[in-house]
Design a protein around this ligand. Structure first.
Ligand SMILES: *Cc1c(COP(=O)(O)O)cnc(C)c1O
Length: 376
């Protein structure tokens, strides 16, 4: 909680939950990434938080942007980024969206199969493509599964096809899984990337770039390594696998850039028990899975929660949202310890909520408005 956010919340009069993001923290995070990985270009993953104030700040600081749709590309352009600083990083794109991105000046595209390469070759001639490879995501608290990427053996063929069709086979990308707490996770992926560089070179194709993806953590309940540890682990892995011929590199932080810059303020709507004998109380907030806390799905992300009663006696609670959907329960398998004196009407602060909250909040489920966002 920063002093600026505390002051903002003290004077806020509107009703309902909100997230407040402190741009000073985003600026510090951007600088920390640039410092920890000085030869790497930063492409902020817009989906983590596309608030125009955040995009404008990052554009002014010199950041590039990872966009997943034409709308995100337009947001980055509106924030002052030029098209040469934007990557269309989604591997699943409609051909007409590739064409639109190309018209807007974007020349860098992600692929993970030959069908996607063919779309790009048809409507974005000469563009640069990088092939995403699968990653096992071990150590990540929000893994990205098998939806994106292909096996490394296939990547060589995908890039060769890109080259044959007149595109620039530019490099390889991967994502080690979001909220990745193991700084060694990049090592295995970089071993695969360097093997693809070698195989492509044997076929006369000289790749130049490795996109190291996102995965950098925000601080939730458990401590996480600092950005400098990630920087040095990645640099060691790069030298181990590429020797003196280091490729160009980019990173795509989302959560690590904005997660710890934001705080949600919410209110206790109800505290109850299911039976007189129950030890566990149910605490219902005015925000839940559909109001921005979607990442509590499977209880993956455990946010730090602050109340005015902290320091007093604690007891286990099930924490739930306000909607009439029984899936709208944040923590139940592992109950959350909250103060016994917590009461209806109390304000509760949920920390580390600058990333993946506003974008995940529903428009009007049960008539609840989308999460209100203030960027200060
Ligand atoms: C979501 C996403 C990111 C950001 O991931 P974080 O774990 O939030 O840093 C980066 N790159 C791609 C391609 C993504 O889809």
């Amino acid at each position: 909680m920063t002093a600026r956010i505390r002051e903002f919340l003290r004077t806020r009069r509107e009703d309902g939950p909100c997230v407040v993001v402190d741009l000073d923290v985003v600026r510090d995070n951007y600088r920390a990434f640039s410092h920890a990985l000085p030869d790497t270009r930063v492409f902020y993953a817009i989906k983590a938080n596309p608030a125009p104030e955040i995009l404008r700040l990052l554009a002014a600081l010199g950041s590039c942007f990872d966009a997943a749709s034409v709308v995100e590309i337009e947001l980055a352009l509106a924030a002052g980024a030029t098209a040469d600083r934007i990557s269309f990083g989604n591997t699943i794109k409609k051909e007409r969206d590739v064409a639109r991105a190309y018209q807007l000046g974007v020349r860098l595209f992600a692929v993970d199969c030959i069908a996607e390469v063919e779309k790009i070759a048809r409507v974005a001639p000469g563009a640069k493509v990088f092939c995403r490879i699968l990653c096992d995501c071990a150590g990540a608290e929000w893994p990205l599964s098998r939806k994106f990427g292909c096996v490394p053996e296939m990547a060589t063929n995908v890039l060769e096809q890109a080259h044959r069709l007149g595109l620039e086979a530019y490099g390889v990308s991967f994502h080690v899984g979001s909220q990745q707490t193991n700084t060694g996770a990049w090592d295995i992926a970089l071993a695969s990337a360097s093997a693809i560089f070698r195989e492509c070179a044997e076929r006369g194709i000289h790749l130049r770039m490795v996109n190291l993806g996102g995965g950098f953590p925000a601080r939730y309940l458990k401590p996480v390594p600092g950005v400098e540890s990630y920087g040095s682990a990645i640099f060691r892995a790069l030298t181990r696998h590429f020797g003196n011929r280091l490729p160009e590199t980019i990173i795509e932080p989302g959560r690590g850039m904005v997660g710890d810059a934001g705080i949600i303020e919410t209110e206790v709507v109800l505290v109850s028990k299911k039976s007189d004998e129950d030890e566990v109380r149910w605490v219902y907030l005015d925000i839940g899975k559909f109001g921005g806390l979607a990442e509590t799905m499977d209880e993956s992300i455990r946010y730090p929660i602050r109340t005015v009663h902290d320091g007093g006696e604690m007891a286990p609670c099930v924490l739930a949202g306000p909607t009439c959907d029984s899936a709208d329960v944040m923590y139940e398998k592992v109950p959350y310890m909250l103060p016994v004196s917590l009461e209806i009407g109390d304000k509760v602060l949920i920390e580390g909520t600058g990333a993946y909250t506003t974008t995940y909040s529903a428009v009007a489920f049960n008539g609840f408005p989308p999460l209100k966002s203030y960027v200060i």
